[in-house]
Design a binder for this molecule. Structure first.
Ligand code: GLA
Length: 387
C-alpha cells in the first residue's frame, strides 16, 4: 500500500491524522541458520518489504492497536501496558516492545493510536513479526526520548518475542531489521554482536525467494525444542570442556575431538549442525568476498542438507522446493531460510535463468506437494527508519 492510502486509512480508522510514520523491514537469511542462539555467525539481509507503523497520541488513556492485515482490534489501557494479551493475540508483538520502554522508566501520559500495515508475507519465515517489533521499538524509543542504539532496539524486539510471544528466538531477525543497509548483507557474530556490512553486488545473479505456502509454525514448540536440545548438547560437552561458553566456539575438528561427551543422540546431531553451519557461514562470507560465488552456492546447498538431516527443521515442502531448484541450470545454490518447518527457500539464480527457474521449480513443487509456490526477486533494503 502507498503512503497516501496508509494516511487515509489512519484518518478513517481513528478520526485524526497520523503524526509520524515508521518502517521496518523483514529479512532473508543467506546462510547461518539456527546458529544465532548458539553464539554463532549469521548472514542475513533486510528486504525492501516490511511493516509500516503510523501513530498519533490520543486524548484517552488507551493504546489502540489496529492492523490492515488482521481484523482483530485491540485496546490496552495505560495501566496494562506490561501485561501479556491472551490467546496468542497479534498485538503482543508491539505491546511487548512498549512494555520494555515502560519497564525502563517511560511513563506515557496519553494513549496512542497505532496502525500497522505489512507487506511481508506472513508465516513465510521472512520475519514479519520482527518487523512489527522493531518498528514499534524504534518509534517508542523516539517518543520516550531514549534514542536507543540499533542493537538495543533489536534486543527489545527479541525480549518482546521471548516474553510476549513465547518464542525463545535468537537475535538475527530483529538485528537485521534494525541494522539493515541497502544492497548489503550483515555478517553478525551473535555472541559479541560485532558485525560487518558486506556489499552484495552479484553481477548477473539475483536472490530469489520461493514461498512454499506451508506456514512455518514457530510458536508450535518445535523451535523452542531445538533451543533446549542445543543446551543439552552444551551442558554435556562442558563435562569435558568446562570453559565452553557456546556451541559455536567449536571448530569441526574440536567437535570431533570432544563430541563423545554428548550421550543424547538427538542433541549430538543438533550440535553437529550448529558447528558445521557456523564454519560454513564463515567460509561462505570469505568466498563471497573473494568473488567465489560458486563455493558460496555449494555451502548454501550443504546448509540445507544439514538442516534437513541433522537439525530436522525442513519438512517435505521445503525439501521439495530446494531439491527442485538444485536441478535447474543457472542455480548457484538454494536452501531453506529462517526458522524452517515451512516458509521459504532462498536461491541464487543467474538472471537469464530466472523465468525457467520459476516455471520448472513451480511445476515440480506443485506436482510433489499439491501446493502452489510464489516467487519474489529480493531487493535488499535499509533497516528501520522514520519516513
Ligand atoms: C527464526 C528465529 C531466529 C533464528 C532463525 C533460524 O527466524 O527468530 O532467531 O534462530 O529462526 O536461524
Amino acid at each position: 500500500m502507498q503512503l497516501p492510502q496508509l494516511k487515509t486509512a489512519f484518518l478513517q480508522t481513528f478520526g485524526q491524522p497520523a503524526d509520524a510514520i515508521y518502517f521496518a523491514p523483514g529479512r532473508v537469511n543467506l546462510i547461518g541458520e539456527h546458529t544465532d542462539y548458539n553464539g554463532g555467525f549469521v548472514f542475513p539481509c533486510a528486504l525492501s518489504f516490511g511493516t509500516y507503523l503510523l501513530l498519533a497520541p490520543n486524548k484517552d488513556d488507551v493504546f489502540r492497536f489496529r492492523s490492515l492485515n488482521v481484523p482483530e482490534r485491540i485496546d490496552v489501557p495505560l495501566h496494562k501496558l506490561t501485561d501479556v494479551l491472551p490467546n496468542h493475540c497479534w498485538a503482543n508483538y508491539p505491546l511487548g516492545c512498549i512494555a520494555q520502554s515502560v519497564r525502563r522508566g517511560w511513563a506515557p501520559t496519553t494513549g496512542y493510536d497505532l496502525l500497522f500495515s505489512g507487506d511481508v508475507p506472513q508465516g513465510a519465515g521472512l520475519s514479519s513479526s520482527a518487523a512489527i517489533e522493531v518498528v514499534t521499538a524504534f518509534a517508542f524509543s523516539e517518543l520516550s526520548h531514549t534514542n536507543l542504539s540499533s542493537t538495543e532496539i533489536a534486543l527489545i524486539g527479541q525480549a518482546s518475542e521471548h516474553e510476549f510471544a513465547g518464542v525463545n528466538c535468537g537475535i538475527m531477525d530483529q538485528f537485521a531489521s534494525a541494522h539493515g543497509k541497502k544492497d548489503h548483507a550483515i555478517f553478525l557474530n551473535c555472541d559479541t554482536m560485532e558485525f560487518q556490512l558486506v556489499p552484495i553486488a552479484l553481477r548477473g545473479i539475483k536472490i530469489v525467494i520461493a514461498n512454499t505456502h506451508s506456514p512455518h509454525k514457530l510458536d508450535s514448540g518445535a523451535y523452542n525444542a531445538r533451543v533446549s536440545e542445543c543446551q543439552t548438547a552444551l551442558s554435556q560437552l562442558r563435562k569435558v570442556r568446562p570453559d565452553l561458553k557456546n556451541l559455536a566456539e567449536l571448530t569441526p575438528s574440536d567437535f570431533e575431538a570432544c563430541s563423545v561427551a554428548i550421550t543424547d543422540a538427538v542433541a549430538f546431531r543438533r550440535a553437529r549442525h550448529v558447528v558445521g553451519e557456523v564454519d560454513r557461514t564463515r567460509r561462505a562470507v570469505e568466498a563471497l568476498q573473494a568473488g567465489d560465488i560458486t563455493l558460496f552456492g555449494k555451502l548454501m546447498n550443504q546448509s540445507h542438507v544439514s538442516l534437513r538431516d541433522d537439525y530436522e527443521v525442513t519438512g517435505p515442502e521445503l525439501d521439495a522446493m530446494a531439491e527442485a531448484a538444485w536441478q535447474v541450470n543457472g542455480v548457484i545454490g538454494s536452501r531453506m531460510t529462517g526458522g524452517g518447518f515451512g516458509g521459504c527457500t532462498v536461491s541464487l539464480v543467474q538472471e537469464e535463468a530466472i523465468p525457467a527457474f520459476i516455471d520448472s521449480v513451480g511445476k515440480t513443487y506443485t506436482a510433489r506437494t499439491g501446493l502452489k509456490a510464489d516467487f519474489y526477486i529480493a531487493e535488499i533494503g535499509d533497516g528501520v527508519h522514520r519516513l
